[in-house]
Design a protein around this ligand. Structure first.
Ligand code: UFG
Length: 328
């Protein structure tokens, strides 16, 4: 298939691009390199451009005779979305709607969308299934849910099929350690704990120790980035006109912040300096995926089904690239 991948030089995008290429697809990566990295994708596949430049995108759709779009390009910092919602509504919703409509006008009938468990907000119970009420608690989640709704309406009215993949906590790196997680600033727990272990930061602060969880710290479902990537490959193969697919993607098991810290210590053999701090606004106590639907319908199964294996792969990347992509 001829596939356009927006945000394909980013963390989840680049791992997906690698799998699509390995599967024989003809991939065009469209990325403004704001959060993406040039070195994360083969140079000959990369077109540097912004989502807001819809004519540039439209031209690519036509000239490259694109048959499917995998849309990652988005801002994804929950806290920033609260203080700067305009940035999120403009990029994650407005520009994304432009892209969607150009797909329609150009007869492109397959669309895979990066969604998030943030669309469920603070659920009353875990595990979270696809029928858990969708009540986002921040602008980031609102923009993702709004776009999912547009996708559903398009699929009802036009010869168009989509799959929204609702990621839980993406983590880890490619098995060979050549591509991995590199955000500036880094806000995600696993890379932060690894940086604290290696002395790149003085300590990790635990955001809240009084949650109603077994050890008082937040519980998350960490899912390996290559397993997220394979979900996109499987979804693309499944899409037909009118398909309205939406799946949670997680391993179905939660780990606390303290368990993450202990596992990083075990994997690296290093001590992690820890400081206990107050809760971070907007963090639900526990987010764990009920991911039976994607297993049953797409035949997806995570290759990395436990935290230790996920952290081992993250550690291989961080060891080989202590300064991320810039250090090369
Ligand atoms: N945490 C700490 N200290 C840190 C960083 C994180 O204790 O320095 C804790 C957080 O409070 C949270 C857990 O570690 O309980 C995981 O935090 P992350 O920031 O790594 O991930 P989040 O669960 O907050 O966010 C992820 C994605 C978002 C997505 C969200 C859905 O990064 O894009 O899940 O809730 F929207």
């Amino acid at each position: 298939m001829r596939i356009l991948v927006t945000g394909g030089a980013g963390y989840i995008g680049s791992h997906t691009v690698r799998q699509l290429l390995a599967g024989g697809h003809d991939v065009t990566v469209y990325d403004n390199l704001d959060a993406g990295h040039k070195r994360a994708v083969p140079a000959e596949r990369l077109v540097v451009g912004d989502l807001r430049d819809i004519d540039h995108l439209d031209n690519l759709l036509v000239v490259n005779r694109i048959e499917a779009v995998v849309h990652f390009a988005a801002f994804a910092a929950v806290g920033e979305s609260v203080t700067n919602p305009a940035k999120y509504y403009t990029n994650n919703l407005l520009y994304s709607l432009h892209l969607l409509d150009r797909c329609r006008r150009n007869g492109i009938g397959k669309f895979v969308f990066s969604s998030t468990c943030a669309i469920y907000g603070e659920p009353d119970q875990v595990p979270i299934t696809e029928s858990t009420p969708q009540r986002p608690v921040n602008p980031y989640g609102n923009t993702k849910l709004a776009f999912e709704r547009a996708l559903a309406d398009y699929a009802s009215a036009y010869p168009f099929g989509y799959c929204a993949l609702r990621y839980f906590n993406a983590a880890g790196a490619a098995a060979d350690g050549t591509i991995g997680e590199d955000h500036t600033p880094e806000t995600h727990l696993i890379p932060i704990v690894i940086q604290a272990a290696t002395g790149k930061r003085p300590h990790v602060e635990i955001f809240g120790t009084d949650y109603p969880t077994p050890d008082g710290t937040c519980v998350r479902d960490y899912v390996h980035v290559d397993d997220l990537a394979s979900a996109h490959v499987l979804a693309l193969a499944q899409l037909t006109p009118g398909a309205k697919l939406a799946y949670n993607v997680g391993i179905g098991r939660g780990y606390s912040v303290r368990e993450v810290i202990r596992t990083v210590e075990e994997v690296t053999g290093m001590k992690v300096p820890v400081k206990e701090g107050p809760r971070r606004a907007g963090d639900p106590p526990s987010l764990v995926a009920g991911a039976d639907k994607i297993r049953a319908e797409l035949g997806w199964a995570p290759k990395y089904d436990n935290l230790k294996a996920i952290i081992e792969s993250a550690w291989r990347w961080h060891k080989a690239h202590p300064a991320g992509y810039e250090g090369e």
